[in-house]
Design a protein around this ligand. Structure first.
Ligand code: ACM
Ligand code: ZN
Length: 539
């Protein structure tokens, strides 16, 4: 039988690039006799590894407690140690000799990331879900120590504009795990759809999860496709996905966008608006005038009941409450909102949003929740210290917030928005992204928790388009989030990426190819034009 001998150097192309990796001579060969040993507490991870190896190799590896270790054969050992200071919550070390592979870490998360590295040390064919004949499963001998640069390495998926569903979300969680990403921000509500079952308010699903049709033909188009769109997650679905993510060391952060981006709520409950007239779930994109009324007390009652269910459902104890792009026109015209402004001694409708945010923050902190909001809602007189997710404008505000010991997640519009065309944000520009603002004094660096790449899905009608917009840019963000800044190198990244993408070919991912992702300076001159023109969906 022909055995493929893959060159050893060719096998080392790990993304994200590890902190330290020293190759030595020799190699480990995984066979069906190899035994996986592990500490009792991380037995689940041994089984995860075994299951990952079984399809492509056909090896049904034995999994045993490390206490019973007594073998002359080859072994993979998963062991917890106490090197907390050095490796932190997510760090690990891996040592490969011709006889043993040792993955050690102070916490299970580190062991999990060590397994992901091991996966990338094996030939890409390991990703097959059917047995691959004629290959030897060789791993070069090496020593590596590895830990992330940032604790927040996120991906955001908008399911309101297009509902993608459980299987697609699980596939994305699997890919996030391979890339050592650890936060899945789930944008579940917006003007065009409400996607999460709330027991107390079934109308949010009966009405809010369905729209009659969808805008097509670009951002300025008046055309609609005439096709109804709907979809939502039951609370049981949500629990299933939370557990799936937990097994991959990914925390899920639900976003309930308030008080703007709420047309699906107003379609279900028009009494929560300023005007009170009937609404349809929106069929077009852009920023909408009708938002929650801040003058009416029943709005706060609704929000508290709703958030109570969210808190009970999501164990992460962290809720994103949006706060972006809130138009103030309705508040200006609404007697209830104006009365609130007067009674509370507020100066303007802008302060009315701060009043709103403070009440929601107050409720959530009383329930011991961490809170995130977009930087639009970051105002001087906030009564709590939410985590601010930065996307556009307001640079001065966020720098001031850091001085007041606020924390930030960086999602800069120019670099990290995955829905942008590759003309607007080519791969090279994405890879250039640096989460720490320029000239920021060192004492504030640790308040930059990390980065997150959002995929807004107005123009993402299906999985093919979703994958195409997301990859390979999300792979670049994974490296920015993990690898030390000093090791960042686009040429090296591109070389490793070319090999890494063989894994994606095998898994079956419709990533954008090298022609699509190239920088084109001439085309970029027309960037604003192309930003809208190219966003047509379609694949
Ligand atoms: C945003 O892109 N509206 C946060
Ligand atoms: Zn009002």
């Amino acid at each position: 039988m022909f055995i493929k001998r893959v060159s050893i150097i060719q096998n080392i192309n790990i993304i994200p690039e590890p902190v330290l990796l020293n190759l030595s001579s020799g190699e480990f060969i995984l066979t069906e006799e190899t035994i996986i040993f592990s500490d009792q507490e991380i037995f689940k991870l041994s089984n995860y590894l075994k299951n990952h190896l079984i399809s492509a190799t056909g090896f049904n590896l034995a999994v045993k407690s490390i206490k019973e270790k007594n073998t002359n054969g080859t072994t993979v050992n998963l062991k917890l140690n106490d090197r907390k200071d050095k490796l932190g919550f997510e760090g690990y070390s891996i040592e490969v000799s011709s006889k043993d592979i040792n993955i050690t870490a102070p916490y299970p998360a580190g062991i999990f990331y060590g397994i992901q590295t091991l996966r990338q040390l094996l030939p890409p064919e390991i990703e097959n879900d059917v047995r691959v004949e004629g290959i030897e499963w060789r791993i070069p001998c090496l020593k590596s120590q590895d830990f992330p640069r940032f604790s927040w390495r996120g991906y955001m998926l908008d399911e309101a504009r297009h509902f993608h569903g459980k299987e697609i979300v699980k596939k994305m969680l699997d890919l996030m795990a391979l890339l050592k990403l650890n936060k899945f921000h789930w944008h579940l509500t917006d003007d065009q759809g409400w996607r999460i079952e709330i027991m107390k308010y079934p109308k949010l699903i009966e009405i809010g999860s369905k729209r009659e049709e969808t805008q097509v033909g670009g951002f300025f188009s008046k055309k609609r496709d005439g096709i109804p769109h709907s979809g939502y997650y039951t609370q049981e679905d949500i629990k299933e996905i939370i557990n799936y993510a937990k097994d991959r060391f990914i925390q899920i952060i639900p976003e309930i966008d308030l008080p703007g981006h709420t047309r699906a709520v107003l379609a279900s409950f028009p009494n929560l608006s300023c005007k009170g007239y009937p609404f349809r779930v929106s069929t077009h994109w852009g920023i909408h005038k009708d938002v929650l009324c801040v003058g009416k007390e029943e709005v706060f009652e609704f929000i508290q009941n709703l958030l109570k269910e969210i808190i009970d459902l999501f164990p992460s104890n962290i809720v994103h409450i949006g706060g972006d792009e809130v138009l103030k026109v309705r508040w200006r015209e609404c007697p209830d909102c104006q009365l609130r402004i007067k009674k509370e001694g507020l100066e303007s409708e802008k302060e009315l949003q701060t009043y709103f945010t403070n009440r929601v923050l107050g409720f959530l902190s009383k329930h011991e929740q961490k809170i995130i909001l977009w930087n639009d809602a970051l105002k001087k007189n906030l009564e709590e210290k939410p985590i601010c997710q930065y996307w556009l404008r307001g640079k001065k505000d966020i720098l001031e917030y850091l001085k007041k010991s606020g924390e930030l997640i960086m999602s800069n519009f120019k670099y990290t928005y995955l829905d942008h065309s590759y003309t607007f944000t080519p791969l090279k520009l994405a890879y250039k992204f640096e989460p720490i603002p320029k000239d920021l004094e060192k004492m504030y660096h640790k308040q930059i928790l990390g980065l997150e790449a959002p995929l807004w899905s107005e123009y993402i009608p299906n999985i093919k388009r979703l994958e195409w917009q997301t990859f390979p840019r999300l792979i670049a963000f994974a490296e920015i989030g993990w690898t030390p800044k000093i090791k960042k190198n686009f040429n090296s990244f591109q070389e490793r990426l070319n090999k890494f993408l063989k894994r994606f070919d095998i898994i079956g991912i419709n990533y954008a190819n090298s022609r699509d992702i190239k920088t084109n300076v001439f085309k970029r001159l027309f960037k604003v034009f192309t930003l809208f023109k190219e966003q047509r969906g379609g694949i």
